[in-house]
Design a protein around this ligand. Sequence first.
Ligand SMILES: [Zn+2]
Length: 254
Amino acid sequence: MDLAEIALKTQLTPEVVQQRTRVIYEHLLGRSRHLQSGNFRSIHGEDLATLFESYDSAFFRGACLASLGGRRLDFRVSTRMTSAGGKTFHYTPRTSGAKDWYEIAVSAPLLFQTFRDVNRPVTVCGVSCKDRLEALQRIFEHEMIHLVELVAWKNSECSAPRFQSITSRLFQHREHTHNLITQSERAKVKFGIVAGSRVQFEYEGRLYSGIVNRVTKRATILVEDPGGLRYSDGKRYTKFYIPLDHLLPERKSG
Ligand SMILES: [Zn+2]
């Protein structure tokens, strides 16, 4: 069977999915130079390569690698992806004759903010996850199907029926979204910081007061400044990017 046939015809029971994915879980922990436990503290692209080999052999009989036909597949742990748990890219070279290639990236911020200090149930693809490695596996399974669709059909859409049929039959996925802990949720729960909060922070030895404009990896703070840029409220501000744990709630003076 070729890759498309395997994707379209495989139907696995929940027990088989659980057993195969558990073997992959243990295999990665046994082999990785970075992952020490289910709530690992570091991860490297080569761990994603290990996952790819394991999933390709356990679920696709190696047809995924074979269908790449020598085209490159890169793996990346992204420190910048703050809302998608993973992304799969298909790159087409500009120079004619060069081969196209693929890349699978997973979000380090989302993985490391989850199972850290905000405690609530976590689901990825509608499957409940009990640690960081399980969350990584669900993300990777989702991206693997993006790759399979791109290779087999040249297009992939996770909100479409074909994608959802494949992920449901192969991995028991129920959704194509995650509820991993985002920076803004963690900022709110851990530090009480939301957009609009008034905060203080020290920057190069000076204490500033400002308003939180946005929370991503850091908070964007607007500080009133006659020399700054004019914003829609008519006032002038200078923008600062400050790590969340450096922010203090504003203290009223006097
Ligand atoms: Zn997707």
